[in-house]
Design a protein around this ligand. Structure first.
Ligand SMILES: *Cc1c(COP(=O)(O)O)cnc(C)c1O
Length: 351
């Protein structure tokens, strides 16, 4: 089965081989206090920084999911308030999860065809600005220029970015925000159960002033352990190993970005002029490069998804309120050109 689901998504073809290697090398029962583990942690962080262009001064932590990262930010970073600027289900979920832990959280919803409403953010805002860079539910993105503008204008604020369905797929400018996170079952092409949390020195400072250490995953504790290349609990060692192996083989993120971008343009061309299947988002300046959300009549979507399965192709369902009216196609690096051609061949008769 070829999976075009935007998470959990298709994993890299080499994964079975790497899992075998991990077993042969004793990784599956590796002690997380051993020097072997510390070397693995360190090597993976070095590779992440090199392959994704993450500044050397930033710290990288391993957690189990993006949802956990939402909670870590709420418990350990947000000292008073947070402002959640979102246009879809994941950004809204981040807001509701945060509100349960820190009730001062504020929502700032915006239309999914519009640019992020930067003018609505108070000028001297000094809390945590929470932005979903790639909204997986509707296929929109906040582009690099917008993130740069926000960073420049709100120097007192801390900027946190959910890049779950874009990190590892597109070139992100890590300098344009203070906290970034992503779980690995999307653009990293790995099995679920691991996430990467990236913190700028400014975020570490804020964490220190918040001074929270009441949880096993308090950022202060993760930070203390990371200084020793360790974690505060037994981590997903296999996940970290697979991340290391796949990163080693990866091209530079600029090259990956170019591939994803040209594939995205290919998909735009493919659906152009179709009376039956169209992009859900019409404004191309806010359209995601990594998650394609298509709209069609609900009956047609049902037929397409069903027949695709019989051809060995899994399409992504619509998400949340868009479940009936859309379907999604992941444009993630682990998918091969031949697989895209196979999907296009299948879809051509429904255009
Ligand atoms: C998938 C996704 C999440 C949730 O990730 P988990 O690893 O399941 O916690 C959060 N945000 C975005 C944008 C996502 O696409």
């Amino acid at each position: 089965m070829i999976s075009f689901y935007p998470g959990p998504s298709q994993v890299y073809y080499d994964i079975p081989k790497y899992v075998k290697d991990a077993h042969a090398k004793g990784i599956l029962s590796m002690n997380h206090r051993s020097t072997e583990f510390m070397d693995l942690y360190k090597e993976t962080v070095t590779l992440l920084k090199a392959k994704l262009n993450i500044p050397d001064s930033y710290k990288i932590f391993f957690t189990s999911s993006s949802t956990e990262c939402w909670e870590i930010i709420a418990q350990s970073i947000i000292d008073k308030d947070s402002l959640h600027i979102f246009n879809g289900a994941f950004g809204e979920k981040w807001f509701t999860y945060t509100q349960r832990l820190t009730p001062a959280a504020q929502p700032l919803p915006f239309d999914c065809e519009s640019k992020l409403p930067i003018k609505k953010i108070p000028d001297s805002y000094s809390g945590v600005l929470c932005i979903t860079q790639n909204e997986t539910s509707n296929g929109t993105e906040v582009n690099a220029g917008m993130l740069q503008s926000i960073k420049r204008k709100y120097s007192k604020a801390l900027i946190a970015v959910d890049a779950t369905s874009s990190m590892g797929g597109i070139a992100l400018n890590f300098k344009s925000a203070d906290i970034w996170f992503a779980s690995v079952q999307k653009c990293f092409g790995l099995p679920a159960g691991l996430a990467v949390l990236v913190c700028a020195p400014k975020a570490i400072q804020r964490m220190k002033s918040t001074n929270e250490s009441g949880h096993y995953n308090s950022l202060s504790i993760l930070n203390e352990m990371a200084d020793k290349w360790q974690t505060s609990y037994t981590p997903n060692v296999l996940g970290i190993y697979l991340l290391m192996r796949t990163l080693k083989k990866r091209k530079s993120i600029e090259q990956t970005h170019q591939k994803i971008k040209s594939r995205s343009e290919g998909w735009q061309k493919f659906f152009r002029g179709s009376p039956h299947i169209t992009f859900f988002i019409k404004n191309q300046t806010v359209t995601s490069l990594t998650v394609l959300t298509l709209t069609a009549k609900p009956e047609l979507i049902k037929v397409i998804k069903h027949l695709a399965i019989t051809k060995g192709i899994l399409l992504g369902d619509g998400y949340g309120s868009l479940k009936q009216d859309t379907f999604r196609i992941a444009n993630f690096p682990a998918i091969k050109d031949t697989e895209i051609r196979k999907l296009q061949q299948f879809l051509r008769s429904y255009l």
